[in-house]
Design a protein around this ligand. Structure first.
Ligand SMILES: Cc1cc2nc3c(=O)[nH]c(=O)nc-3n(C[C@H](O)[C@H](O)[C@H](O)COP(=O)(O)OP(=O)(O)OC[C@H]3O[C@@H](n4cnc5c(N)ncnc54)[C@H](O)[C@@H]3O)c2cc1C
Length: 224
């Protein structure tokens, strides 16, 4: 049995711009502590599923909260030349879409270990919105399916391959065997929490901050 899926997902709409050194204004300590410059971590963040593009970031942010991402964006925006920031889910992109040359890659999956409650909350169906699932953007679809199946439910629309993140797929469109009937994933989202390019956390839907909602869903700009 299927249910309507409210995918309230954390999306980070991040700024893209020319990179310069990070030393112009000292990095706040709490942010610096979460920036990883380990060569192996940098190397992993420099490639993706396609193995066509290779672009090295200066560091990888291991966020433990949404504020960490907002702080990174605010720090970048405080510089004369903000650096490139890119969110990274499972890096199943094929043309470097989750890379940040000389910038900072945000390892979104790191958030999973720091949520105050589960990153996947299935509604009890008593809300006027009916059944939905509230999901962190870093979550994998396979885990969303496992959580909803415990209640005999699944999202209406899914990707065929489920080891992808919610945020990464909603940046594209997300298609699978059910799309012919229920539309792509992006057509089944009720609400999003978005960290914008000016470092604000904004809740948006088709009726609230709808310009942001529609800009984020399927809003990936392909880098060529
Ligand atoms: C083996 C394989 C099978 C696939 N199967 C399907 C399929 O069945 N259906 C389908 O539609 N697609 C499929 N795809 C394509 C897939 O949906 C996209 O490549 C998707 O972007 C992968 O998700 P990801 O978590 O790996 O995202 P990433 O590659 O990590 O990121 C993709 C984009 O999303 C951004 N992003 C990632 N997380 C967030 C976040 N939390 N907030 C904001 N932005 C974010 C990144 O910056 C990047 O621009 C498949 C790809 C592969 C390699």
């Amino acid at each position: 049995m299927a249910t309507s899926a409210m995918i309230s997902t954390l999306m980070a709409m991040l700024c893209l711009s020319i990179t310069h050194g990070l030393n112009e204004i000292p990095i706040p300590n709490d942010l610096a502590l979460k920036l990883n410059q380990n060569q192996e971590i940098i190397s992993q963040a420099s490639t993706d599923y396609g193995h066509i593009i290779q672009e090295s970031p200066i560091a990888v942010l291991q966020p433990s909260s949404i504020s960490d991402i907002a702080n990174l964006i605010n720090y970048s925006n405080s510089l004369t030349n903000p650096f490139t920031i890119s969110a990274r889910g499972k890096a199943h992109s094929v043309l470097g879409q989750a890379m940040a040359r000389n910038g900072i890659v945000v390892n979104m999956t790191n958030l999973n270990g720091f949520r105050k409650r589960s990153g996947i909350v299935v509604s009890d169906g008593k809300s006027p919105l009916g059944c939905y699932v509230d999901v962190g953007g870093e979550q994998l679809w396979i885990d969303v399916v496992h959580a909803t199946l415990k209640r005999g439910l699944t999202p209406l629309s899914l990707t065929d391959y489920l080891y992808l993140t919610v945020g990464g797929t909603l940046s594209n469109a997300g298609i699978g065997g059910q799309s012919f009937r229920f539309g792509p994933l992006v057509s089944n989202v009720l609400e999003l929490d978005v960290v914008t390019g000016v470092g604000e956390l904004v809740t948006c839907s088709s009726s609230i901050n709808s310009d942001i909602f529609y800009a984020v869903l399927g809003g990936l700009v392909k880098k060529l």
